[in-house]
Design a protein around this ligand. Structure first.
Ligand code: GLU
Length: 469
């Protein structure tokens, strides 16, 4: 039997990091089993779907390594509407489903004030199809439905507690629960690896598989992803969109490594490992069923390590989208013609060791390309104290004739200026840094001044000095 798995996102919003994690797990499982990964876009909720969300899913998958053309699909659920309806008809004709025109209020009136689920009223009344008649599945009165789940053992459900659930609405359209089963069946899916939130649907879906006469798949419900308060990650409250992480400058390699650690870890206390190690060692059966904490701080630290591990030339390439502003990434504050690739290359190794995400490159290097620095006013006020004017005067005078203009001599010169005033280097540097870069933190100062050059450095120091008059 060839293993066939599928990833079946609904294009109703940005692509959720939890979805990306499930996609990767499906992807690796298929690879390990010599199987096939199918992508199915579940687009039957016409009111909430948008084509751009589908495009977002495809490009986000591509970004984390599930590249277009390397899987089967994408198929679209909406294209299978005929199959969904045919299955509903089959279930009706075989007596496994029946029509019902009760409203919720009708059921409530019969069963008392608390709605406890449908009461089976129409089971044997022989109502035929018609407008407003929903089709309900006749769940078995007794017995157990045992779900074989690679992560959760054998969750078992009592059939008598499962209501006769709706499989097609009053307008004849099949509901998601049925469409999802029919698609899995038609596509020959053998393993359904999906989010834990679908577990409550699973006994109902397995009953549908049985009723349609096909052996159900093996299931694996992967743990829910939660924030630091143990709340399920929600798009209203938390940063959940994979695209947002991409645009902030997380590296795909760091992201997918981190996502695979949600509920699982490679051997030997390791966390940062080659993708091939994860592909070899990952075992779906070893995934911890408890909720998995998505720790953004840890992800940032991870990403910093991935950034530092890049060869410098790759780091320079990886920064380009933020240096130019491409796609959904905001343009930098400088004009394209102000950018100087050689100056950037000169400071890139210094920046590389400092970034947690690539977007941080912009505030670190903007002073090099802008005609005048963006002054952070709070930093200015904090730094420019009584002695700053005198200090800048002395530094300007010393820098005017300094030879050679390099980091080493800049440092020793400024150190001497500070020493004459009884100041340590840190205190001496601060006003110069704010004058030249506009900020109190950034790349190593003297290397920055070397790259910026004498003229621009002095112009900025003089402008700052004028402000202090
Ligand atoms: N379309 C469903 C979702 O996005 C997935 C259902 C499934 O994987 O079976 O939640």
């Amino acid at each position: 039997m060839t293993v066939r798995v599928r990833f079946a996102p609904s294009p109703t919003g940005m692509f959720h990091v939890g979805g990306a994690r499930s996609a990767l797990q499906n992807w690796i499982y298929a690879k390990q089993q010599g199987g096939v990964f199918v992508l199915r876009i579940e687009d039957t909720d016409a009111a909430r779907n948008k084509p751009e969300w589908t495009e977002g899913i495809l490009s986000a998958l591509d970004w984390i390594g599930i590249s277009r053309g390397s899987y089967e699909g994408p198929y679209f659920q909406s294209a299978n509407a005929g199959e969904h309806r045919a299955a509903a008809t089959r279930l009706y004709e075989s007596g496994r489903a029946y029509y019902c025109d009760c409203t919720r209020e009708d059921v409530q009136a019969r069963t008392g004030s608390q709605y406890q689920g449908y009461d089976g009223y129409h089971r044997d009344l022989g109502l035929g199809p018609g407008p407003g008649h929903a089709l309900r599945f006749r769940t078995p009165d007794e017995g157990l439905t045992v779900v074989v789940d690679l992560i959760r053992g054998e969750p078992t459900f009592e059939n008598k507690l499962i209501e006769d659930f709706v499989i097609a609405r009053g307008d004849g359209s099949p509901v998601f629960l049925l469409a999802n089963v029919v698609d899995d069946m038609t596509m020959g899916i053998t393993h359904v690896i999906r989010a834990e939130e679908h577990l409550p649907n699973t006994p109902k879906q397995q009953l549908l598989w049985d009723a349609l006469g096909v052996k159900p798949p093996i299931w694996a419900h992967v743990p829910v992803v939660v924030n630091e308060k143990r709340q399920k990650l929600s798009k209203r409250r938390d940063k959940v969109a994979l695209e947002a992480y991409r645009d902030e400058g997380y590296l795909a390699g760091a992201m997918r490594n981190y996502l695979m650690l949600l509920g699982w870890a490679p051997s030997g206390d390791r966390e940062i490992v080659e993708w091939s190690v994860i592909e070899d060692e990952f075992r779906l059966e070893e995934v911890n069923p408890s909720p998995a904490f998505f720790d953004e701080k840890k992800l940032r630290a991870f990403n910093g390590e991935y950034i530092r591990a890049l060869p410098v030339a790759e780091f320079v390439d990886a920064c380009q989208p933020w240096l130019t502003g491409t796609g959904t990434i905001a343009p930098p504050p400088w004009q394209p013609e102000e950018f100087d690739a050689d100056a950037f290359a000169a400071v890139a190794p210094l920046a590389q060791t400092r970034l947690a995400v690539l977007s941080e490159i912009v505030p670190n290097v903007d002073f090099l390309f802008l005609a005048s620095p963006l002054i952070d006013e709070a930093a200015w006020t904090k730094t420019m104290k009584d002695g700053s004017a005198d200090l800048l005067d002395a530094a300007i005078a010393a820098f005017e004739t300094l030879e050679p203009w390099n980091a080493e001599s800049l440092k020793s010169t400024l150190e001497a200026v500070g020493a004459e005033r009884g100041l340590k280097l840190g205190k001496t540097q601060a006003p110069v840094r704010v004058a030249v870069t506009g900020r109190t933190v950034g790349l190593p100062l003297f290397e920055s001044l070397e790259v910026l050059g004498r003229e621009r450095t002095l112009t900025r120091m003089r402008a700052a000095r004028l402000r202090l008059v």
